[in-house]
Write a new protein. Structure first.
Length: 176
């Protein structure tokens, strides 16, 4: 049986509402911060992917118009121009992988599968500017490290934990 003083103290504590807001805040801050950081992560990743896509489209035009051939552009130059054009680069020049191929049979165009069965990035870089009226396929792959690493259980990752952003452009070189 409880002592009458203990019973009175227990009733007094259960009626006291002074710290209710602090307790409610403590219970809700973790899920709220998780949602906010998820929004930030997805937004930054989407922005980087959009920036990569726009940059690949823009710089690929140099191949299409013949400017890359006249400037004797190399794969390194092409990658540097793409990275310089991107708004968020985040080690772009170190990790960007590019394939620029001449397409001889348009009905048999296939995209490279950049990730092998073990989750490793396997892209053999190529850079061919082609001739006038050639069909060209430009593919860019950028491994992306999470800004906020809350989402470690996602299955859309490389073996090392990074995500892979990609951009592809298919076009025909302008006639000379």
């Amino acid at each position: 049986m409880m002592h009458p003083r203990s019973l009175k103290l227990l009733r007094h504590l259960s009626a006291d509402r002074k710290g209710a807001a602090a307790v409610e805040f403590a219970l809700l801050i973790f899920p709220l911060s998780l949602i906010i950081f998820a929004i930030i992560e997805v937004s930054v990743m989407f922005f980087a992917a959009s920036s990569l896509d726009a940059s690949v489209q823009k710089i690929s035009r140099m191949i299409r118009t013949g400017e890359a051939v006249s400037a004797n552009m190399t794969l390194t130059d092409f990658k540097a121009k793409i990275c310089a054009d991107m708004t968020l680069t985040f080690s772009c020049s170190d990790s960007l992988l590019i394939r620029v191929d001449v397409i001889s049979n348009l009905s048999a165009v296939t995209s490279v599968t950049p990730i092998d069965s073990t989750g490793n990035l396997k892209v053999t870089e190529t850079f061919a500017t082609g001739k006038a009226s050639d069909y060209m396929l430009v593919q860019a792959f950028l491994p992306w490290s999470s800004v906020v690493n809350y989402f470690t259980y996602s299955s859309a990752k490389l073996a090392d934990g990074r995500y892979l952003l990609g951009a592809t452009v298919l076009f025909r070189n302008e006639p000379s």
